[in-house]
Design a protein around this ligand. Structure first.
Ligand code: NAD
Length: 264
């Protein structure tokens, strides 16, 4: 049943973002969906995802295709949510991309895109929702970073740098929001089997000269003490908790959900 609060989840047409959007809808939040669409077919599919969630959970949903590389489109998306529903109470910065390559071959355009989507977009979204959250004295900003926001792995220079950057942004916004009811935290997943991770498997097979199963067990889950992929439902449940009043005093932290990776 609707709880009167509105959430925006970037990159919610797929993977972790979709899992978070569903968990928030189930908890009663209206949800604005976002994701990159390249043509009408993809746009229709994204609109349908949002409509299906609205029907299933009895909340309102919208879809906005703002490109996270473009500040203007991000600001227009947040304005649409605020004009339609009156507020964005929960912002989840989830959209992200990855590229795997040794530094000497790392393409400059991939570096720029990863920093723009994974890091700079979270600045644009947070800045755009801030005024409204501050005026209402309540807000939740939840950044989906990564185990790579706390640790490094070879061949992921841009990704690791972008995610460490969001860790810094998270701490800073927690301090700035402390006097106006805004908390800001990060969730750091280990490996979740989403399209983003599926896409890395062929590159990792090439880089390590391994089979698919060897890459999963020896490269990806190698760093998990618990040898399972994290699920999108587990991340969604933590977002719902961080958005709740029970989490009012939790701010500025990065919470690993990584099967013990960061304990090592
Ligand atoms: P995914 O590829 O399944 O989904 C990514 C989403 O981001 C999609 O909805 C896509 O449309 C959107 N997106 C990509 N570029 C965009 C752009 N320019 N503008 C707007 N939307 C854009 O990825 P995922 O695995 O669900 O990852 C989601 C987040 O979780 C990312 O930030 C990722 O770094 C992080 N993460 C993932 C894992 C994992 O194992 N899958 C682990 C740790 C952290």
């Amino acid at each position: 049943m609707a709880n009167g609060k509105n959430a925006l989840v970037t990159g919610s047409t797929s993977g972790i973002g979709l899992g978070i959007a569903k968990a928030l809808a189930q908890a009663g939040y209206n949800v604005m969906f976002n994701g990159l669409v390249r043509n009408d077919e993809e746009r229709n599919a994204a609109e349908k995802v949002a409509q299906d969630v609205a029907k299933e959970y009895g909340v309102k949903t919208l879809f906005n295709p703002a490109n996270m590389m473009k500040g203007e489109e991000i600001r227009a998306m947040i304005a649409q949510a605020e004009q339609t529903w009156g507020s964005v109470d929960v912002l989840v910065n989830n959209a992200g991309i990855q590229f795997v390559s040794p530094i000497e071959d790392f393409p400059e355009d991939k570096w720029d895109a990863i920093i723009a989507i994974n890091l700079t977009a979270a600045f644009h979204t947070s800045k755009a929702v801030w005024k409204g959250m501050k005026a209402r004295g309540w807000g939740r900003i939840i950044n989906i970073t990564s185990a790579h926001a706390l640790q490094a792995s070879e061949f992921k220079s841009a990704y690791v740098a972008s995610k460490h950057g969001v860790t810094g942004l998270t701490k800073t916004l927690a301090l700035e929001g402390a006097t106006c009811g805004i908390t800001c935290n990060a969730i750091c997943p280990g490996y979740v089997l989403t399209p983003l991770v599926e896409g890395q498997i062929p590159d990792q097979m090439k880089a390590h000269n391994m089979s698919r199963e060897e890459v999963i067990q020896k490269v990806m889950l190698y760093k998990h003490a618990i040898k399972d992929f994290v699920t999108v439902e587990q991340i969604g449940a933590l977002v719902v908790f961080l958005a709740s009043d029970a989490a009012k005093l939790i701010t500025g932290v990065s919470i690993p959900v990584d099967g013990g990776w960061s304990a090592q």
